[in-house]
Design a protein around this ligand. Sequence first.
Ligand code: DHB
Length: 308
Amino acid sequence: MDLSVTIAGIRFPTCVMNASGARCVTYEELERLGQSRSGAIVTKSMTREPRQGNPEPRYFSFPGGSLNSMGLPNLGYPAYAHLIPALRRFKKPIVASIAGFQPEDFIEGVRYMNEAKPDLLEINLSCPNIPGKPQIGYDMEASERLLQMIKAHTELPFGVKLPPYFDPVHHEAMAQILGRVGVSFLTAINSIGNALVVDPDHESVVIKPKGGFGGLGGPIIKPVALANVRAFWKLLGDRMPIIGTGGIQTGIDVFEHLLCGATAVQVGTVLVEEDIRVFDRIETELREYLDRKGYRSAIACRGRLKEL
Ligand code: DHB
């Protein structure tokens, strides 16, 4: 069973990797991803300055998923640029997730990465958790301007991490932008931003930042994630690899993302909950399920979702 995939000319040993944000902030965490069965090492979204992030509690787990408002705790561009070369020894792709508060930040981040040479950049257009800062991916013009600027400043292949869209008009507009800019892949979806979980016992919100509003992840968001993967696959097909993320807990969830059109997938909430052994479990489940279905590789089922 071949679970390897290629995105922008980079070979991933398996199609299941960590989502940015999940257990990937510190050097120790990135090293553990290197030692794990994760198909890549994806970094936490990085900013110009190191950040502590939002006040705690800022992550809440409940049966259907998770709510987070971490607030971009990370080591900053220079620190990641310094440690990326040491991660090469794990012989799997390194994906640097770049965030910023203004276009100039992203350019600075890209400059650092031009030196550090990760395999891919994932430009984060969708962080929902910074008070007063809207998600760039919901502003089509601002997204295109930013991506064109990034294109002009790097030779590294880069993709985008998108927020969930809920209307075909928005999938079409973003697909056109990605085609015009010529990005190398897209990752869909980031958490569903600004959701609210209520604790009825305490008559309270469950996380401190932003009055309790935060990004929703985990099983509860899988249908929204699948819809976004499918919508972009139908618009872009095999012209642009899609990394599906959202609601993956099992090998069968991975299979569903592949059927919708994903080339690879990322896991966030389940990685936070179960730690890096999750990669062994999901890989085994995926192998068994594909085998039972008669598929010889992960890529063989890509996009093959039947319509009625
Ligand atoms: C954070 C959350 C996100 O969904 C994201 O894309 C980037 C950062 C955070 O709160 O740290």
